[in-house]
Design a protein around this ligand. Structure first.
Ligand code: ADP
Length: 499
């Protein structure tokens, strides 16, 4: 981001922002209403830039373009190999622009610049390449149909896909949904979160450079109840892929049911347990569990927000976790020494602080942190509570901030029961040297991903999604392509069959 200028009054680096309009049918355009909205820099709370604001009329245009590209365009008709080549080109472009893109997410979402370059952007490119490789391996099955018939299944792209994503991982969320949909041969309308629209618009531009035809990827920044609802209730959208809160997931499912019964997949919130057994290496357990809750300032659906520690190592764990939390350096996400940037916006900042107050009022003990920090922007100290009970609000509700709830347990059975004592089921962490404990607990926790002696170990080949109210459908893995495919059975009579 060589053209960046210092801004925000505090010598902050602000990247150059090139794309602020809607991207529809291969062109950057103003909103039909001419309206724009502000996206703010969470380091200061200042306005970063104004972005065109999509509403229903714009979503209609985007869906029309996507429909035209689907029914008459090249993309669904070209070979999987050719689609894969274009996706590989897009992956190359993402890598080539990684610095600039990491800076955009940094200024828009408060994400660490250093990690954006080495985690988010390479992971986005990897996701694209994984599904680029899958694009020419999508095939049906031959069927045994009784009698004088033969049968096979055809996998066809589902059509126009609506993608509605949150602000915590603007880049990864975009490619988690868009990559398998592209591989399947679908056309897409993406509504990025209103807090973080900038990198998605940049990806639209790169997709055009990569030769992905006009109308295949459309990006319509705007608000949930307007642009988002226009997608989920649209009569001509065939499927909606959503990541966000359980509350909005429900709204989207209702809208899908009330309109055209479009297919829905939901990746929702979590209250993931991190379970640490007596035989664990305490230093490693502390490292993993602080990472699990403070990484990306706790703004991650799989955050290990409930930490269960077995009684034998509990006291040592609490002492060391408090020290570790104090070592997480909170500050400007563009500073290479920073471990934790600001919460994404004022709403989240206040929400997290409200939960901290609730935790204190409900009788949890504050071990460390608990306060805002810095003289401006949305920074919060890494926070740990102990003496948390399962029925407390901070043990049940997703805080989406750097707040760890610590609980003690005695037996493996008790740990399993407590770990499952939540409406969510997205992820779980286990720290133990015992293979038997690890296996038993892995099979017993109701969660879509279980990490044993690690956390946040992601791979494009590992399906990702939730049990219970964490949603349904999977991102990642070959299984994710199914969300973007129809299965058609073709049965043909064979009158002269010899058998
Ligand atoms: P978070 O709590 O992480 O902000 P939300 O579930 O509120 O998550 O938002 C995730 C995405 O859903 C965002 O892109 C947001 O604009 C969108 N959204 C919010 N409300 C609606 C709605 N009523 N219909 C469709 N999309 C919505």
């Amino acid at each position: 981001f060589g053209n960046g200028k210092a801004g925000g009054g505090g010598g902050l680096v602000v990247p150059e922002i090139k794309f602020t309009k809607l991207f529809i049918n291969g062109e950057f355009v103003d909103a039909v209403s001419g309206k724009t909205f502000e996206t703010r820099d969470p380091r200061t709370g200042d306005v970063l830039v104004h972005v065109a604001e999509a509403d229903k009329a714009d979503v209609d245009l985007a869906v029309k373009a996507a429909r035209e590209a689907f029914e008459h365009g090249k993309w669904p008709r070209m070979s999987g190999y050719e689609r894969g080549r274009a996706m590989n080109k897009l992956a190359d472009l993402v890598e080539q622009h990684a610095d600039e893109l990491a800076a955009l997410d940094g200024a828009d979402a408060g994400k660490l610049l250093s990690l954006g370059k080495i985690i988010d952007m390479p992971a986005a490119a990897q996701m694209l390449r994984y599904y680029a490789g899958a694009a020419d391996k999508i095939h049906g099955e031959s069927l045994r149909v009784a009698g004088k018939y033969q049968g096979y299944t055809l996998k066809e792209p589902i059509g126009v896909v609506g993608v509605i994503i949150p602000w915590n991982f603007p880049t990864m969320m975009f490619f988690l949904k868009v990559s398998p949909a592209l591989a399947a041969g679908c056309t897409i309308v993406v509504k990025p979160a209103e807090q973080t629209p900038l990198s998605a618009l940049y990806y639209a531009h790169l997709a055009k450079l990569a030769g992905i035809p006009d109308g295949v990827i459309n990006v319509v920044p705007g608000f949930g109840p307007t642009a988002g609802a226009a997608i989920s209730s649209h009569m001509d959208v065939d499927s909606v892929a959503f990541t966000g809160s359980a509350e909005i997931g429900r709204t989207i499912m209702e809208a899908a049911a009330r309109s055209n019964l479009k297919m829905v997949s939901l990746e929702l919130g979590g209250k993931s347990p991190m379970i640490i057994f007596d035989d664990a290496d305490v230093d490693m357990a502390v490292h993993l569990s602080t990472l699990a809750i403070f990484f990306n300032k706790g703004e991650i659906c799989v955050a290990g927000s409930r930490v269960y520690v077995q009684e034998g190592i509990y006291d040592e764990f609490v002492k060391k976790a408090a020290e570790a939390a104090k070592n997480w350096k909170v500050g400007d996400p563009f500073d290479a020494a920073t471990n934790m940037g600001p919460q994404v916006d004022k709403v989240q900042f206040e929400r997290v602080l409200k939960y901290i107050e609730i935790g204190k009022n409900e009788g949890a003990t504050l071990v460390t942190g608990g306060k805002p920090t810095g003289d401006k922007g949305y920074y919060i100290e890494p926070t740990i509570f102990e003496d948390v009970k399962e029925d407390m609000t901070i043990a049940q509700e997703e805080i989406f901030g750097p707040v760890m709830s610590l609980m003690k347990f005695k037996t493996v059975e008790e740990a399993i029961e407590k770990a499952n004592c939540t409406k969510y089921g997205l992820a779980a962490g286990i720290v133990t040297k015992s293979l038997d404990i690890a296996n038993k607990v892995s099979r017993s926790v109701k969660a879509g991903t279980v990490w044993v002696n690690c956390y946040f170990a992601f791979d494009p080949d590992a399906p990702f999604g939730g049990y219970k109210m964490s949603g349904f459908g999977r991102d990642q893995g070959m299984v994710a392509i199914d969300k973007y495919l129809q299965v058609k059975s073709v049965i043909t009579a064979v009158p002269d069959s010899p058998w």
